[in-house]
Ligand binder design. Structure first.
Ligand code: NAD
Length: 465
């Protein structure tokens, strides 16, 4: 791109004022254009995801490209109603007024994304930014360079940089962008960098949406259907080689069910990811970088040094940065693997004697992005939801709550703040502006001075308040 970050920001600032008065029709047109550009370049996107993460076309279609189509289609279908000023009732002191909430664009937004779903996690927030009438400056991850170069081409060849612009680079580019007074920053990444983003945003009082990560537990109650739990957890954990923000990070199971779960999970791993005992790499991704590959191997080795047993896995392939699915039991909760987000294909299984102790343990940890509950009992499920806190929850399943655009997707505390998808994404990039229309019968005049004449009104107010 010829123009500098600062020049583009200034252009977007001017253009964002014009965008304020755009309506649903113009924004839908932009969303249709975005979808068409993606459709025309699907092949390039699939190829790039294969290079960066060895994502199969099927997985890439489902979790990245078609996910974005669904987000675009949902926004197009609902945008007119989202943009309708929302009616709210008048209060006692504003009795005859008409009151509305207007959704106005925040202005110029910054979207910074990670490498694990490098296409979807940049474009889905862009869909919300466009729907809400914003300009956007985008910074994809430097760790998924093939996808980043497709994104740069797609965006910068098709949109005017005064409205949408994509920038290549690592920390230094993020830092240069974060110097600017954005109206909103939408960040997806680690809690550690989330703190850097929030501190940078504070300098300009920019609003932020932080989509972060953390350790998401899968809690299996004594009465759970173990076959189903094993199948769901193995699928959700080892998809994209464990590099999914809402992958179950660890399993927490009643001690009496541990052995059966380990047996069923091992079988499921073999069924889903192996062909005659040979890892089927056409359905199993690679680790994104040498750094993460080494980090994961060290986490696993340290867990074993601290007393863990490897039930399945333990074979790596340095040439293509592949770590075969690892199932671990007897894991020490003080080992590093239970202290930090794993974000890779290592699944520790830890046990509890009573579910209340398991809940206490979960509550001592930072609030997770997802908490999965497996149980046949409505009472156990409801109590667990009530007694814990998490960004989102699936009951008797994992991960798929992300696919419903009617649900907000986001974290809480250490796993993030704010939410995205569907209306919630539109809302993240909008300001909810309170507008009151005064009526001909102006009730507010009763509050005007001189106050000594208002004694009887004050008496009446004292009675009713
Ligand atoms: P990361 O925080 O290291 O990087 C994310 C982005 O921030 C990248 O674009 C990177 O270039 C930029 N960045 C890195 N250091 C920076 C700095 N000092 N200043 C400014 N920008 C900086 O995260 P990652 O390794 O790319 O992704 C993994 C993390 O993201 C995991 O914690 C995962 O759980 C989380 N994640 C969350 C979601 C979600 O929707 N909540 C989705 C995917 C991943």
């Amino acid at each position: 791109m010829q123009k500098s970050i600062n020049e583009i920001f200034e252009l977007q600032k001017v253009h964002s004022i014009l965008l304020r008065s755009t309506g649903a029709a113009e924004r839908k047109e932009k969303l249709r254009k975005l979808k068409m550009i993606i459709q025309e370049n699907e092949g390039l996107i699939f190829e790039a995801l294969q290079i960066d993460l060895r994502k199969s076309e099927f997985e890439a279609a489902l979790t990245e490209v078609y996910f974005v189509y669904a987000e675009i289609d949902f926004a197009i279908k609902n945008l007119s109603s989202w943009l309708n000023p929302r009616k709210v009732a008048a209060g006692l002191s504003s009795f005859f007024t008409k009151n509305r909430i207007f959704y106005e664009p925040k202005g110029v937004s910054l979207i910074i994304s990670p490498w694990n779903y490098p296409f979807q996690l940049l474009i889905a927030p862009l869909v919300s930014a466009i729907a809400a009438g914003n300009c956007a400056m985008l910074k994809p991850s430097e760790l998924s360079p093939a996808t980043t170069s497709v994104l740069l081409k797609l965006i910068n060849d098709s949109f005017d940089s005064k409205e949408i612009a994509c920038f290549e680079g690592g920390v230094e580019v993020s830092e240069a962008l974060l110097e600017l007074p954005f109206d909103h920053i939408f960040f997806t990444g680690s809690p550690k960098i989330g703190k850097v983003i929030m501190a940078a945003a504070a300098r300009h009082l920019s609003s932020v949406t932080l989509e972060l990560g953390g350790k998401s537990p899968a809690l299996i109650a004594e009465d759970a259907d173990l076959q189903k739990a094993a199948e769901k957890i193995v699928w959700g954990k080892f998809m994209n080689s464990g590099q999914t923000c809402i992958a179950p990070d660890y399993v927490f199971i009643h001690a009496s069910k541990e052995q059966e779960f380990l047996r069923l999970a091992s079988l499921k791993i073999a069924q889903l990811f192996y062909n005659n005992d040979v890892l089927d790499k056409s359905s199993y991704g690679k680790i994104i970088s040498t750094g993460h590959y080494q980090r994961l191997k060290a986490l696993r080795d340290k867990a074993v040094d601290d007393g863990a047993q490897i039930i399945k896995g333990g074979t790596d392939s340095d040439e293509d940065q592949t770590i075969e699915p690892v199932l671990l039991s007897k894991v020490s909760v003080s080992s590093a693997i239970m202290q930090e987000e794993i974000f890779g294909p290592l699944l520790p299984v830890i046990t509890y004697e009573s579910i209340s102790k398991a809940i206490d343990f979960i509550n001592q940890m930072p609030k997770p992005l997802a908490l999965y509950i497996f149980s046949g009992s409505d009472a156990i499920v409801r109590n667990t939801i009530k007694q814990t806190s998490a960004g989102g929850t699936c009951v008797n399943d994992v991960v798929i709550h992300i696919s419903n655009p009617n649900l907000p997707f986001g974290g809480i505390g250490n796993s993030g703040s704010g939410s995205c998808h569907g209306f919630f994404g539109f809302r993240a990039f909008s300001h909810e502006r309170a507008v009151m229309f005064q009526s001909k019968i102006d009730f507010s005049k009763i509050a005007y001075p001189p106050y000594p004449k208002k004694q009887s009104l004050l008496k009446w107010l004292k009675k009713i308040m």
